[in-house]
Design a binder for this molecule. Structure first.
Ligand code: AMP
Ligand code: MG
Length: 326
């Protein structure tokens, strides 16, 4: 059931969370599928509905930094403090050593727990009214495109979720950046909405994209429509193979006027090529064309700088569905 995210419905959703139910709600990144992170039975429902493997840990969402004391063992660190001061609430997830109260089902069996404070009033109120931290992966079936509006959630999860709070389109459109801090070094475990450059400018040091710390949920294939996605650099390469397909769409980063055959749809992620706008439109456009049932989605590669790196990460993973049989 989709309900508009007014005060009354947020309270209703909070009651469901308290009773061990699951609720889909907007954050600033994408829509999440939430449950009480400290209630094993509730968290299991998330894995079941998403058909997500149990070894893939969930991010725990909090509304107040006082939760760090209860959920973690090592939050007192100068670099962590800096990151929290600058980026929370916001799309930065930090991995900590977990305390005893965090169940292993939430952390995929790990001794660590990933935590963030979302920058979305609906999400913050829901956590506050529930009185518990909320674990919330994206509200989609495992491996598919992350939802950035309420109907994308409904079309995937339907009535398997107790309530979908509708807060409109999400502001950012791609997931949080995940980091791990060890001593004074910051390792990026997943590229996301906060760019590496932004983190480096805050900590005054370089940041590594790490294989060193394991992040079990980082699959090569992810965020993927059923339709084939092909990334291209030059439009000539698209034109030379486009006749192999019955129908196709070509999406570029900014508005252009490519010379395409009449049966090919043309679209762009952002009129001006603005990376934030591309991120915001990315999953919605892929979803829209996936539903249209065309043969192939050609997407122009995005410059890998700032948030462009995370956008390309999502696109590359979206183009690999063929690697996994569903
Ligand atoms: P999402 O599916 O967007 O909610 O993001 C969850 C991802 O966060 C997982 O797939 C992991 O890659 C990462 N993650 C969550 N918890 C941990 C953890 N304790 N250690 C390392 N990575 C984690
Ligand atoms: Mg996800």
């Amino acid at each position: 059931m989709i309900l508009s995210a007014n005060e009354e419905n947020i309270l209703l959703a909070a009651e469901i969370i308290k009773k061990g139910g699951i609720v889909a709600f907007p954050t600033e990144t994408v829509y999440g599928l939430g449950a009480n992170a400290l209630n094993k039975d509730a968290v299991i429902k998330i894995f079941e509905v998403k058909q997500r493997p149990y070894f893939d840990p969930l991010i725990v969402h909090i509304d107040n930094i006082s939760w760090l004391e209860k959920l973690t063992l090592n939050y007192k660190n100068e670099i962590v403090e800096k990151l929290i001061n600058i980026f929370w609430p916001g799309p930065l997830t930090i991995v900590f050593k977990k305390s005893e109260i965090v169940p292993y089902i939430t952390t995929g069996g790990l001794e660590t727990v990933a935590i963030r404070m979302p920058k979305n009033n609906i999400a913050l109120k829901l956590i506050k009214y529930s009185g518990v931290p909320i674990s919330a992966p994206s509200a989609n079936k495992f491996g598919y495109i992350s939802p950035t509006n309420a109907s994308m959630v409904y079309e995937q999860l339907g009535n398997e979720v107790d309530i979908i709070l509708d807060g409109g389109r999400t502001e950012i459109g791609i997931e949080s950046t995940i980091v791990y801090v060890e001593n004074n070094d910051v390792y990026v475990l997943r590229l996301g909405a906060i760019s590496i450059e932004e983190i480096e400018s805050v900590i005054g040091n370089s940041v590594e994209i790490s294989e060193k710390v394991k992040s079990p949920g980082q699959f090569k294939f992810h965020y993927a429509p059923y339709t084939k996605v092909v990334i291209f650099d030059n439009i000539e390469d698209v034109i030379s193979c486009i006749n192999d397909y019955k129908s196709a769409v070509v999406i570029t980063d900014k508005k252009e006027s490519p010379d395409l055959p009449d049966n090919v749809i043309y679209d762009y992620f952002s009129e001006s090529g603005d990376l934030r706008e591309i991120a915001k439109n990315l999953f919605e456009k892929l979803y829209y064309y996936d539903k249209m049932g065309i043969d192939v989605i050609f997407v122009k590669s995005i410059k890998e700088e700032g948030i462009g790196r995370a956008i390309m990460d999502r696109l590359k993973k979206a183009s690999r569905r063929g690697a996994l049989k569903l």
